[in-house]
Design a binder for this molecule. Sequence first.
Ligand code: EZ4
Ligand code: CO
Length: 426
Amino acid sequence: MSAADSDPNAPETDWSDRIGVSRPLVITAARVIVTSPGRNFVTLKIETDQGVYGIGDATLNGRELSVVAYLNEHICPLLIGRDARRIEDTWQLLYRGAYWRRGPVTMRAIAAVDVALWDIKGKALGAPLHELLGGKSRDRVMVYGHANGSDIGETVDAVGRYIDLGYQAIRAQTGVPGLVNAYGVGRGELHYEPADASLPTETVWDTRRYLAHVPKLFERLRDTYGPEPRLLHDGHHRMTPLEAAQLGKSLEPFDLFWLEDVTPAENQEAFRLIRQHTTTPLAVGEVFNTIWDCKDLIQEQLIDYIRATIVGAGGLTHLRRIADFASVWGVRTGCHGATDLSPVTMGTALHFDAWVPNFGIQEYMRHTPETDEVFPHDYRFEAGFMIPGERPGHGVDIDETLAARFPYVPRQLPVARLTDGTMWNW
Ligand code: EZ4
Ligand code: CO
């Protein structure tokens, strides 16, 4: 008896015996499922006339119901009767056909459809997604986790616990003296979740204090754990380009794997200035939606890692395009993988990561046990790496009965103000 047989929630694995792709797979239903097993998730389920179905993630942290409405009102009706085999044509229909292009709501809705259709194609052919992409370039995918603490000592201890779990790469964030609720300081060990209240929590920010403090954290980390662990840090869009250049320079002695989101990157040109001043590797793009958001950053080689991921950037169809473009310029992938990306996105991203030739790293924040139960999956963590599943499609399902027991809970991300009250970037 295989593991799939023993798991009542496991997706059927033998669709390909009956289906294949030699005739149309007509879409008969497209439904949105909202569930909150520990945090909110929006999932699109697409069903076909031959029984095979697929699911896609559409979660937009703190703005979930906008994507629910976009799907329910504007996308689901036009999917009915279409041929589920035509993934590219459906993507183009939803992108070009909306007239109003891009943006987090539209691109997440497109991603959900795209991933559900790839899931259907994989199941119909009996192939895991990495096979459809061209096969694995690696068997396991290096991941990094978030080590947080309210002060340097706590963060150093948290990094040690990740090292004990086998992680080879760890993101380190610390509270800053004098600042209430600095970014990245978690509540609870392995399940960091910033969307913590129905209305935004107010946090305080002071870049000068931050710039003076962060190098001390990385000095302590290198003193304690030596040169081996890959260390990452997230600036979370708080700095000006010049401040970012200063931070990059001051962190050079500590050999970071990457410094992430130093400035709000809608200003792609700003990275020219940062790049001229520091050799600390730069990562950006978790909020990017399309190739246009990162085109200049990539082709001018202003960054080292592109953080766009499946759910944020229009699904597998578009992320693959970004990755191929990035490969031309030597930019590697580093998919966003915080807990607001559902197991459906994680499972799909791991197939992408296993294939993509210019793979860099994958972010991996553990979901709560409730989330994992609602979304049965066959990927797993093993000593610092994730092993993608081998089930046909992306290998992640949704237990709708269990999902219904966790109704939507309004939650928003925090906001940040400077010490004088000026609104800033969280
Ligand atoms: O704050 O996904 O690198 N990871 C991050 C995340 C983001 C959340 C926002 O929903 O910056 O933790
Ligand atoms: Co980030």
